[in-house]
Design a protein around this ligand. Structure first.
Ligand code: CO8
Length: 254
């Protein structure tokens, strides 16, 4: 793998984008390698969470402009589809995926972070949708995910002005959920992932699916889905979790 690194801490996977010469910009090779890693992680039944981060001063500085420049409209459509499919895969991944945003999350990098379940950012992180600077628009679902994250008005402001948002403002706007110092970013993110990994694995998968279902299908459909999903959690792990509480012991999810 040339453009990213995969490491593990226990049952948590850390994917680090590593193309420092292009601030980790997303080209076809990155997408191919990222999908290969996701294939591998998908078959790992011990896995409990995934963290995405970037090496150097960027999380991901967007789609690779030098690779995109000569694309025809048809090729741009195919590239957009690859981005949509990959980010949808992350959004629907069976375990939580957390973005640990260390630096620039711009354009496709912002879209990637928003496809994750939530974002933990260094106080040096910067966020922007700069596509209009290039005469483009977001092509990896940023036009849909950004308004849902920050509200329609602020999304329009970001999309029309390409303004760079500091981490503190991103926190106030609900784009980011937690801020840390740069040195603490990975430790803090790992701590959150370990907390998630200690919960009922089937319940985590189920609650992620249920929240997403409501996001994609609306409140009413989501409510119905929740009743069905709630009842489905009365399996062995649900029984074990409730028994452990009543018996004042730690649950054994296995
Ligand atoms: N693509 C390719 N190369 C990049 C990118 C990028 N997105 N960003 C940075 N680089 C390269 C620079 O060209 C530079 O290369 P070199 O050293 O060979 O000149 C190297 O990375 C370092 O960058 P800088 O020297 O510019 O570093 P600075 O610290 O001065 O600036 C910035 C950092 C502010 C992040 C600056 O690099 C920048 O503005 N980058 C471009 C950010 C951008 O516009 N991103 C959006 C791209 S469009 C997009 O993401 C749309 C997604 C949907 C696509 C749909 C498909 C059809």
């Amino acid at each position: 793998m040339d453009t990213l690194k995969l490491t593990f801490e226990g049952n948590i996977a850390l994917i680090s984008f590593s193309r420092p010469q292009a601030l980790n910009a997303l080209n076809l090779q990155v997408f191919t390698e990222l999908n290969k890693v996701l294939d591998e992680l998908e078959s790992n039944k011990q896995l409990r969470a995934v963290i995405l981060t970037g090496e150097g001063k960027a999380f991901v500085a967007g789609a690779d402009i030098s690779e995109m420049k000569d694309k025809t409209p048809g090729e741009a459509r195919v590239f957009s589809q690859i981005g949509h499919d990959t980010f949808n895969r992350i959004e629907n991944f069976s375990v939580p995926v957390i973005a640990a945003v260390n630096g620039f999350a711009l354009g496709g990098g912002l879209e990637l972070a928003m496809a994750c379940d939530f974002i933990i950012a260094s106080d040096k992180a910067k966020f922007s949708a700069p596509e209009v600077n290039l005469g483009l628009i977001p092509g990896f679902n940023g036009t849909q995910r950004l308004p849902r994250a920050v509200g329609i008005g602020f999304a329009r402001y970001m999309l029309f002005t390409a303004q760079m948002i500091e981490a503190t403002e991103a926190l106030q706007r609900n784009l980011v959920q937690i801020i840390t110092t740069p040195d603490e970013l990975l430790n803090k993110t790992m701590e959150v992932a370990i907390t998630i990994a200690s919960k009922g694995p089937l319940a985590i998968e189920s609650v992620k699916k249920t929240v997403n279902y409501g996001q994609f299908n609306g409140y009413k459909e989501g409510s119905h889905y929740e009743m069905k999903a709630f009842s489905e959690n009365f399996h062995e792990q649900g029984k074990e979790g409730m028994s452990a509480f009543l018996e004042k012991r730690k649950p054994n999810w296995n």
